[in-house]
Design a protein around this ligand. Structure first.
Ligand code: DOR
Ligand code: ZN
Length: 455
């Protein structure tokens, strides 16, 4: 019998978590992939070992909605700071949104962003191409250049990424249906946002409640429904970004019942905050689009996550500087806040509180995003053959979120001071440790574009 070459790494002593079970077991990794899972005694010899006693072994989280800001807004975030934050937060793959400058609206812009990302990233990544009225002819070239999926700003007040007219949206969905590529939709009705915004500004309103009034639930309901109708007509796969309103849920269920290939995400801020938190955090500071709404939305959103109406957790990681957020007029406050570093610990806290199981969390944060965007089973799973994207978490570890210690440049978060239970202790991307005990283990350029894995 020939002596077998030892594999690169064995992680032992922990509990392996999949979508349907938590089991004692060890995992062997070679050349970036999982090569064996089972009892330690049955695994091959390895050159390195990690003792995970007391820890749970999860697939790395996949966050399909982040704004990493380069090119164009490096004062808010860079791919270095953002992927360090992701690694520390247990996130091993991210998809970056196209509202950069220039927007990711051509093959050249995709190439430019991939080049920036490839130089800096320490986790894997995909980049979105923009659906725009003037760049429908760029959809195919953007796919060829390596875009993972597309983003449609159906609700937009940002001139860099304007909402296309419905005719162009329908054409875009036809093209994407033919290509089999999913379109992520910021589902709000732009004319409603513009009309109401203008009226509220003209009337002199500058308070945070005016932002909520502008983004009335109906703007979301209508856009979710229209997305479902256009997707049904064209056969385009769609993904509803950052669902914020309980009133959308029946419309999502209706689309899914009709067989529309619609997946849906929500974010920790819609599950854990309401306008009641404005007094503590600062109502202007909490500005985000869509808005954090009145009390009464979070429970139905949790319920929808548990029953599968909402498929996954994303963060809409959107860092801004504190001074861009703390301004007297709500209209001047930059919307959004960072999320990749805090999402897993916030959601594990929900696990500790019994809102869902750790297997549910793996379904929402790892398996569902991988399946929706064609990365399964390369990503989102710890089965033999999958990429060894792994997070070792201590489900008991209590700690407190501190904005000042986040790795994002724009670190202004409404979760500052939150007590959490459960913490990612070590993160591996394709078998290499990229974060350990809250610190990034920097290896710029280790992150890879995941689009070539898409099936
Ligand atoms: O709050 C938001 N911030 N919503 C968006 O749609 C964009 C994002 C950003 O890029 O800052
Ligand atoms: Zn976003």
């Amino acid at each position: 019998m020939t002596e077998k070459r030892p594999v690169d790494l064995v992680i032992f002593g922990g509990k392996l978590v999949s979508v349907d079970a938590v089991q004692d077991g060890a995992i062997a990794i070679d050349q970036g992939r999982v090569v064996a899972v089972g009892e330690l005694s049955q695994l091959p010899a390895s050159r390195e070992r990690i003792d995970a006693t007391g820890l749970h072994i999860l697939p790395g989280a996949i966050d399909v909605h982040v704004h990493f800001r380069e090119p164009g807004f490096a004062h808010k975030e860079t791919w270095t700071s953002a992927t360090q934050a992701a690694a520390v937060g247990g996130v091993t793959t991210i998809f970056d949104m196209p509202n950069t400058n220039p927007p990711t609206a051509s093959a050249a812009a995709v190439n430019q962003k991939l080049e920036i990302a490839s130089r800096q990233a320490i986790v894997d990544f995909g980049v979105y191409g923009l659906i725009g009225e003037t760049c429908l002819d760029q959809i195919e070239p953007m796919v060829a250049a390596g875009a993972i999926a597309f983003k449609l700003y159906m609700g937009s007040e940002n001139p860099l990424v304007p909402c296309p007219p419905d005719g162009a949206i329908l054409d875009a969905f036809e093209i994407l249906a033919r290509l089999g590529i999913r379109c992520t939709v910021h589902a709000e009705n732009t004319p409603v946002l513009q009309w109401r915004g203008d009226r509220l500004i003209r009337s002199g309103r500058t308070d945070a409640a005016a932002h909520l009034e502008q983004h009335a639930d109906v703007a979301t309901i209508e856009a979710v429904s229209r997305t479902g109708i256009f997707a049904e007509w064209t056969g385009c796969k769609v993904h509803i970004a950052h669902e914020s309103s309980r009133h959308s849920l029946p419309h999502i269920r209706f689309a899914k019942q009709r067989g529309v290939d619609m997946t849906v995400e929500t974010c920790p801020h819609y599950l854990l905050l309401s306008t009641d938190d404005g007094a503590r955090v600062g109502a202007n500071f909490m500005r985000v689009k869509p808005p954090v709404r009145e009390p009464g939305h979070a429970e139905p959103l949790w319920e929808a996550l548990r029953d599968g109406t909402i498929d996954m957790i994303s963060t809409d990681h959107a860092p801004h500087l504190v001074e861009e957020k703390n301004l007297p007029s709500i209209w001047d406050c930059a919307p959004g806040f960072p999320g990749v570093e805090t999402s897993m610990r916030l959601m594990l806290t929900a696990v500790a509180q019994g809102r869902m199981s750790v297997c549910d969390y793996v379904r929402m944060a790892c398996a569902a995003p991988a399946k929706a965007f064609g990365l399964w089973p390369h990503k989102g799973s710890l089965a033999v053959g999958s990429d060894a994207d792994i997070v070792l978490v201590d489900l008991q570890r209590t700690s407190r979120i501190s904005a000042a210690t986040l790795h994002s440049i724009g670190n202004a978060t409404p979760f500052d001071g939150f007590e959490t239970i459960g913490l990612p202790m070590r993160t591996l991307v394709r078998g290499r440790t990229v974060a350990l005990n809250g610190k990034p283990v920097s290896m710029p350029g280790w992150g890879r574009n995941v689009a070539p894995l898409r099936q």
